[in-house]
Design a protein around this ligand. Structure first.
Ligand SMILES: [Zn+2]
Length: 276
């Protein structure tokens, strides 16, 4: 026998009492719901403004260069035309520290001359103070010459520029800085005088007829060429031989010799005493 299965408890939940439905209460639209989410937070920076197309003032100048057509570059310092690309250099030497100065154009004629005069007159007294600097400084000034001649070829700046051209000031050699040019000349003169006076007393450059003084001993001589009339004159050179240390080869009645060997220079001074 089979009994019909008990009927499923047909307990239809009345609509509105569905626990699931009840757990999801109808949500009120949250504020802002219904608006498309903004793709970008806020308007893009600068949106709505025409983008600056490089029309703003150039950094450091404070005014837009006028850039008139047909004149090429305008002066970096005053905006004048015509102008030329040039680089003016300067040098400072402080024994161990060196400074390489550089001023880049474009320059109008007036600003270019002003920059060159200024840089050069400073280098003329600041550029020598060091061994390397004393070589670099004149090279720096030579490098400037073709730059300056480019500037010199320009006609004067046309009026109406937004800025005032620099004051070119006095020519380089009318400035006190140009006295600095005497520094290397002075050093050279001192070196030449020291060399000449040193050489005048060096037996290496002594010749027949000169007199010498020995302030050392006969085994360890310290020989200097002196005036034959001075009381220091001990010996007179009567012969000079090169490449031999043999006093026997001396002629002219020499009684003793002084031999010196220095590098490749080897020579013998053949001597007679001046005091009897
Ligand atoms: Zn200028």
């Amino acid at each position: 026998m089979s009994t019909p299965p008990p009927p499923y408890p047909q307990s239809p939940v009345p609509a509105g009492q569905n626990p699931y439905a009840a757990s999801v209460p109808p949500q009120a639209p949250t504020p802002g719901y219904g608006f498309p989410p903004p793709q970008n937070a806020g308007p893009m920076p600068g949106y709505g403004f025409p983008p600056p197309q490089g029309a703003g003032p150039m950094p450091g100048t404070g005014f837009p260069p006028p850039m008139p057509q047909g004149y090429g570059p305008s002066c970096r310092f005053c905006g004048s035309v015509p102008a030329v690309e040039a680089t003016i250099r300067g040098h400072q030497g402080f024994l161990v520290i060196m400074k390489f100065l550089k001023l880049q154009g474009p320059f109008c004629r007036t600003c270019g001359i002003a920059a060159h005069r200024d840089m050069t007159s400073k280098s003329l007294w600041q550029g020598w103070w060091g061994f390397a600097s004393s070589i670099i400084n004149p090279i720096t000034m030579l490098i400037n010459i073709p730059q300056r001649s480019k500037i010199n070829k320009l006609p004067p700046p046309m009026p109406g520029a937004p800025g005032t051209p620099m004051n070119p000031g006095k020519p380089i050699f009318a400035r006190p800085g140009s006295w600095g040019l005497l520094l290397p000349v002075l050093v050279l003169v001192v070196a030449v005088i020291a060399g000449v006076t040193g050489a005048a007393h060096d037996p290496e450059y002594a010749s027949v007829g000169d007199c010498i003084h020995n302030s050392g001993t006969s085994s360890n001589p310290d020989v200097k060429v002196v005036d034959c009339g001075s009381a220091d004159a001990d010996y007179k050179i009567v012969d000079r031989l090169s490449g031999t240390s043999d006093v026997e080869k001396c002629g002219n009645g020499a009684t003793l010799g002084y031999y010196q060997e220095q590098g490749t220079s080897k020579f013998m001074l053949c001597l007679v005493p001046t005091h009897n």
